[in-house]
Design a protein. Structure first.
Length: 179
């Protein structure tokens, strides 16, 4: 995966050759395995898009309901899969236990929305910039911070895990009777 921060929107709408050209220019001096990866772009299948979030005022209208990324995409930051499964569990559980569909859909949103919101809010622009440094100094700083954090996280394993656990992992799953 090649990721970079850009202030320009709409790059995902360019044709394949232009997207490959942008990747080649952006990562031309990245070193390490970059030349091999860029060379392979010539005839490799390519998926190129902007990272974004989906924020909707409500997740259902009538009997139509959204779930997972379609309702609350957080971006590829380690919460989307868990939250989609949590949402599916709650949606099925509420549909199976409430008296009618509108009540079930309202309850589903009431239960899942706080976690989805928290997962979205925890994606900070500063963290995204730190993950995608734009200068040599930025790369050095990132490596220095990771060099300190990695061994500490090994030693303090459980504690660091608890502090950095994504919001989806902190969700207390409601129990529903088997259908
Ligand atoms: C590069 C990247 C890295 C990621 N890394 C992580 C990670 O490390 N951890 C994590 O938790 N999440 C990660 N995510 C996010 C995660 O992949 C999504 O949040 C998750 O897949 C959402 O599940 P979903 O079922 O809502 O949507 P999707 O997985 O997108 O499923 C939707 C499905 O609907 C199909 N579809 C679309 N339109 C139609 C149609 N008209 N008819 C029929 N089918 C249709 C699509 O083909 C797709 O299979 C990452 C995402 C990306 C892009």
């Amino acid at each position: 995966m090649l990721a970079f921060v850009s202030d320009v929107r709409g790059l995902g709408e360019l044709d394949r050759d232009d997207q490959v050209l942008i990747l080649r220019r952006t990562f031309a001096d990245a070193g390490w395995e970059a030349p091999r990866v860029l060379a392979a772009l010539e005839d490799a299948p390519l998926y190129f898009d902007a990272v974004g979030q989906v924020r909707l005022d409500r997740w259902s209208a009538g009997r139509t309901v959204l779930l997972g990324d379609a309702a609350w995409a957080t971006g590829p930051f380690g919460t989307g899969t868990s939250l989609a499964l949590v949402g599916a569990h709650v949606l099925a559980g509420e549909l199976g236990t409430q008296a009618d569909v509108p009540t079930a859909l309202a309850r589903y949103e009431e239960i899942v929305r706080p976690s989805a919101q928290r997962a979205q809010d925890e994606v900070k622009p500063l963290a995204i910039r730190a993950m995608n440094p734009r200068s040599t100094a930025g790369v050095k700083l990132q490596r220095a911070v990771l060099g300190v954090a990695a061994p500490v996280s090994g030693k303090l394993g459980g504690l660091v895990g608890r502090l950095t656990r994504p919001p989806a992992d902190r969700f207390a799953l409601p129990e529903y009777p088997a259908a």
